[in-house]
Design a protein around this ligand. Structure first.
Ligand code: G
Ligand code: G
Ligand code: MN
Ligand code: NA
Length: 254
């Protein structure tokens, strides 16, 4: 199948790039960091959406090499922004299950930090519940090592996994990212608001930050502020941006 053979050559042919979607602090309204999002632009296929090629990268095992490139590139770019005086932003990087389970995952993270000279506390690794729960004891030990290294961990797409909540008290987690399916249709009289409220309350109780993904309207932002949600991300605030547009957004936000 041709997409697979193209994907195998994408790294060496420099066809990947990253977009950066701003993350804002709801109280101040300011950008405090970004999530790096992978883009693949192939000369024949054009822009291939991640929902098409990430699963293929996972099936073929290419995700480990690609993920390493994402980690290195994102850390370098974030360090560059810091050095340019654009603020001490955080950078969030999505980590696929296979990457997290790689025996040398910790040294890959360490290496990205060393190469970029980015301080560990500015790097957040985004894991999904299913990634962590595939092997909970192993996950706990890796996450503790990451914490000792100084990096942060977010649970991505929170609320959509099949997990029990009990792991939340055992795992060193910094942020819960409420899945956008709960935020997209968020209005006052919906069951979504009950769920969102419960997650935010739980976050406060566990001393974990809560970020709402997929914010698409002013009404949603206002509700999230009322509910004391810490952070937000979404098209209403900013789309995933190129480096140039992200820098523009930063200047406007400060
Ligand atoms: O905007 P968006 O289309 O970028 O992303 C679609 C999906 O692809 C999301 O679930 C997102 O988490 C995932 N994704 C984006 N970039 C990366 C990446 O660098 N690594 C992994 N593993 N997933 C990513
Ligand atoms: O799974 P993950 O949360 O990493 O997904 C990030 C994805 O969410 C990216 O594809 C990004 O483009 C998308 N995204 C970001 N903001 C919004 C939004 O406000 N609405 C929708 N529908 N998707 C969004
Ligand atoms: Mn994510
Ligand atoms: Na997400």
């Amino acid at each position: 199948f041709e997409m697979e053979s193209y994907l195998r050559k994408a790294l060496q042919n420099n066809e990947f790039s990253l977009c950066y979607q701003p993350l804002i602090d709801l109280e101040s309204g300011k950008i405090f960091g970004s999530e790096a999002l992978l883009r693949w632009n192939h000369p024949k296929l054009g822009l291939v959406p991640p929902v098409k090629f990430i699963p293929l990268a996972e099936e073929t095992g290419l995700i480990n090499e690609i993920g390493k490139w994402v980690l290195n590139t994102a850390c370098m770019q974030n360090k560059r922004w810091q050095s340019q005086g654009l603020g001490h932003l955080t950078i969030s990087v999505n980590v696929a299950a296979q990457q997290f389970q790689e025996p040398n995952f910790l040294s890959i993270v360490q290496n990205a930090l060393q190469q970029s000279e980015l301080e560990a506390k500015y790097l957040t690794l985004e894991l999904t519940e299913s990634t962590m729960l595939e092997n909970i004891d192993y996950s706990i030990s890796v996450m503790k090592d990451l914490k000792n290294m100084g990096t942060k961990v977010s649970i991505d797409d929170f609320g959509t996994g099949y997990s029990s909540l009990s792991y939340l008290k055992d795992l060193p987690i910094n942020t819960l990212k409420i899945d956008r399916s709960f935020i997209n249709n968020l209005k006052i009289d919906t069951s979504d608001i009950a769920i969102v409220k419960a997650i935010i309350t739980m976050g406060h109780g566990l001393h974990v930050k809560v970020l709402a993904e997929g914010v698409e309207t002013k009404e949603q932002i206002d509700l999230l502020k009322q509910l004391k949600c810490h952070y937000a991300q979404g098209y209403y605030i900013h789309k995933p941006l190129t480096i140039v547009d992200f820098e523009k957004g930063l200047r406007e936000s400060s």
